[in-house]
Write a protein that binds this ligand. Structure first.
Ligand code: ASP
Length: 310
């Protein structure tokens, strides 16, 4: 195993080997967390990580901060709302200014597609995309793959249904690249207004009938309705959407007993996921969060440290 990548923009340009390397390294961190949950390492001692979140985040921002600290890094959280961006300084100038203070890693989330590439052009640091608009969320996809692998999913034999607001979901796009590269069959499910046919070109199936697909799949991956990205109505009412595409106990009764229920969070309880299913024994949403920390430690080790084995 070797590693030659400095930036993480999307899984679209990752090879299967690279994905497997991240998962292998992350599994090592998962193992050590089992015996010592808050164990710290000094592998990246003296290096600096800057978190730049221009969009809201709970899980991703906190886990990158913890990942950096557990590896011994100095972590700086850049607060865009309190910065000179408010005095009309451009993102490029802001990055160049911050870069002059010697950064080693920049984690960026922005509503504009392609912002991580703009940041990379203005810094010496390794840049990791923590979500760019509706485009990509590679670290979410990697943590989803790690969760599935840990729960016994054998990708070449697995069938994963990703259901909901596909149109606005950067998670769905990155998950499709990751899953298909590892050989899994993927079906995208949702109302036609939120599931354009052009997604078929990504090598997935498309299905508008959630009830039909439920008994066939090994993973029910549910997506949040992204109201903040909707400029018009995509379905008559939230109640109508939940009736057709929400995962509830009645639908769970038709699923394989071994099915995994997953969601990237935050969840609209009672819309895409009924509370009882979210809190039920087939839900792996909190495992996803734990795997997120291990995956982000692995990516910092690989992209900043540049080495695979310790
Ligand atoms: N947290 C994920 C994201 O940032 C999913 C979501 O917000 O629905 O894309």
């Amino acid at each position: 195993m070797e590693w030659n990548r400095k930036h993480v923009f999307d899984l679209e340009d990752f090879s299967k080997d690279e994905i497997e390397t991240v998962l292998e390294v992350a599994k090592g961190y998962r193992e050590s967390m089992k015996s010592a949950p808050a164990k710290t390492f000094d592998y990246l001692k003296g290096y600096t990580l800057m978190n730049m979140f221009f969009e809201s985040s709970t899980r991703t921002r906190v886990s990158f901060e913890l990942a950096g600290k557990r590896l011994g890094m100095h972590v700086v959280n850049f607060a865009s709302s309190a910065s000179s961006l408010n005095k009309s300084e451009s993102v490029d100038d802001t990055i160049q200014t911050l870069d002059a203070m010697s950064l080693d890693a920049v984690v960026v989330r922005h509503s504009t597609i392609g912002t991580p590439q703009v940041v990379a052009a203005n810094t010496q640091a390794a840049v990791i995309n923590a979500g760019d608009g509706t485009h990509a969320h590679p670290t979410q996809a990697l943590l989803d793959l790690l969760t599935m692998a840990e729960m016994g999913i054998d990708f070449p034999r697995a069938h994963v249904a990703i259901t909901g607001d596909i149109l606005h979901s950067r998670v769905a796009r990155s998950d499709v690249y990751g899953l298909t590269k590892l050989g899994a069959k993927v079906t995208l499910v949702g109302p036609p207004t939120l599931l354009p046919e052009e997604f078929e070109r990504l090598g997935v199936d498309i299905c508008y009938d959630f009830d039909k697909i439920i008994p066939e799949v090994d993973v029910l991956y549910m997506l949040r309705i992204q109201k903040e990205r909707m400029e018009r109505a995509f379905f008559p009412t939230i109640g109508e959407y939940a009736k057709l595409y929400g995962l509830n106990e009645k639908r769970m009764a038709k699923a394989k007993p071994s099915v995994l229920v997953m969601h990237p969070g935050p969840v609209n309880r009672g819309v895409e996921l009924q509370g009882a299913v979210m809190d039920g024994d087939r839900s792996f949403i909190l495992e996803q969060v734990s795997c997120g920390l291990a995956v982000r430690m692995a990516l910092l080790q690989l992209c900043v440290g540049g080495w695979v084995t310790r």
